[in-house]
Design a protein around this ligand. Structure first.
Ligand code: FDA
Length: 310
C-alpha cells in the first residue's frame, strides 16, 4: 500500500479534518465528480439519465457509525421512503446499506430488524437490497447478520472484499446459501495479518474469487455475482471466463462507482452486459470521499484544481 493511500485513509477518520473539509467550498465542489448531489432527488435524476443509456443504478445514503437508536430508525425510514420514490417514479434502482447506518454498533438485533424491514419493503417493489462491507472489525458481524436476514429475504446481496484473507472461506458459506455477492477489492486500511497488501495479491485474489462466483456450482446454488470493479484487465478476464463457460450475460453484472470510468460503463452496456453504477448521496460524505481519493491518489489533484479554480 502506498504511503499516500495510507495517509488519506488515516485522514478519513479525522473528525477535525472532516469538520473543516465539509465547510470548505472548493472541497464540496470537488466531490461533485463522484456524487451528483447531496439529496435523494439528485441521485434519482442521475439514475434517470443513466437508465437512458441502459446503465442501472444502486443508491446509497452516506453516513456510518451512528450514535443513537433514533438515528438508526431515521435511516431505515429514509430507505423505506427512498424505495417508495422508486415505486412512484418507476426508476429501477436498488438500495445499498451499511449495517452501522442501521444500528450495528448499538444493538445487532436492531440492525437486523431494520435490514429486514428494508428488504421486505423492497420485495413489494421487486427490488434487491445490497449490504456494503465496512472495515474488518465489522466483517464477522456483517456476514452473520446478512445470513440471518437472507434466510428470510432472498432479495439481499452482500459485498465481499478480495483483500481480506478470510474472504475465500466466507465466499464458500455464501455460495452454499445461494446469495447474491458483490465482489470488490476493499477500500479500508487493513493490517497484513488479515489482508493482502500488494496490488498483485489483491488482484489475484479477486480473480480467484470471481472465477469461483462464475462456477457452475455457485450459479446452480442460486448465486448472483456482481463484479464491483473498474479494473479493465479483471473485467476482460471475467467476461471471457463467463463466455468460455457458456454463462449468459444475464447471470451476472458489473458494478462501478458514479463518475469513474464512464467510458467503460457505456461500453459494457452497449455490448449487452448488465451494468449498475453505485450513486452515493447525503451530507456525511467526508470519510467516503477520502476513500475515493485513496483509491487513486492522483484524484487529490482534482481537489487542488478545484481550489485554484475557486
Ligand atoms: P483499482 O483500484 O485497481 O482501479 C482500477 C482502475 O479504475 C484505476 O486504474 C483507475 O483508472 C480506476 N479507478 C478506481 N478507483 C478510482 C477512483 N477512486 N477515482 C478514479 N479512478 C479510479 N469497498 C468496500 O470496502 N466495501 C464495499 O461495500 C464497497 N462497495 C463498492 C461497490 C461498488 C459498486 C464498487 C465499484 C466499489 C465498491 N467498493 C467497496 C470500493 C472497492 O473496494 C475499491 O476500493 C474500488 O472499487 C477501487 O478498486 P477497483 O476494483 O476499481 O480497482
Amino acid at each position: 500500500m502506498s504511503l499516500m493511500r495510507s495517509v488519506l485513509l488515516r485522514a478519513s477518520r479525522s473528525a477535525w479534518l472532516r469538520d473543516h473539509a465539509m465547510r470548505t467550498p472548493y472541497v464540496r465542489r470537488a466531490t461533485r465528480r463522484f456524487m451528483p448531489g447531496e439529496d435523494l432527488e439528485d441521485a434519482l435524476a442521475a439514475s434517470r439519465e443513466l437508465e437512458r443509456e441502459s446503465v442501472g443504478t444502486i443508491l446509497t445514503r452516506l453516513g456510518e457509525n451512528l450514535e443513537s437508536e433514533a438515528d438508526a430508525l431515521a435511516v431505515m425510514h429514509h430507505y423505506l421512503d427512498a424505495q417508495e420514490r422508486l415505486r412512484e417514479t418507476g426508476i429501477r434502482s436498488e438500495m445499498s446499506v451499511k449495517l452501522t447506518q442501521l444500528g450495528l454498533d448499538l444493538d445487532r438485533d436492531l440492525a437486523l430488524e431494520h435490514l429486514l424491514q428494508i428488504a421486505r419493503h423492497a420485495q413489494t417493489i421487486g427490488r434487491s437490497v445490497w449490504v456494503d462491507m465496512e472495515g474488518s472489525t465489522y466483517t464477522g458481524a456483517t456476514i452473520e447478520l446478512f445470513r440471518r436476514a437472507h434466510a428470510q429475504c432472498a432479495n439481499l446481496g452482500i459485498a465481499i472484499q478480495s483483500y481480506l484473507r478470510r474472504s475465500a472461506a466466507d465466499l464458500e458459506t455464501l455460495i452454499a446459501d445461494g446469495a447474491a455477492v458483490r465482489l470488490v477489492k476493499g477500500a479500508y486500511d487493513e493490517p497484513e495479518s488479515i489482508a493482502f497488501r500488494t496490488r498483485r495479491e489483491v488482484d489475484q485474489s479477486y480473480i480467484r474469487l470471481g472465477e469461483r462466483l462464475l462456477s457452475a456450482e455457485a450459479l446452480t446454488a442460486g448465486v448472483f455475482p456482481g463484479f464491483g470493479t473498474h479494473d479493465r484487465r479483471i473485467i476482460a478476464h471475467l467476461r471471457s471466463r463467463a463466455a468460455a463457460q457458456g454463462v449468459g450475460k444475464e447471470r451476472f453484472e458489473f458494478e462501478m462507482l458514479y463518475g469513474i470510468r464512464r467510458d467503460l460503463q457505456a461500453q459494457l452496456a452497449r455490448e449487452g452486459h448488465r451494468i449498475r453504477v453505485l450513486i452515493s448521496y447525503g451530507e456525511a460524505w467526508f470519510p467516503w470521499y477520502m476513500r475515493r481519493l485513496a483509491e487513486r491518489p492522483a484524484n487529490v489533484w482534482f481537489v487542488v484544481r478545484s481550489a485554484l479554480a475557486g
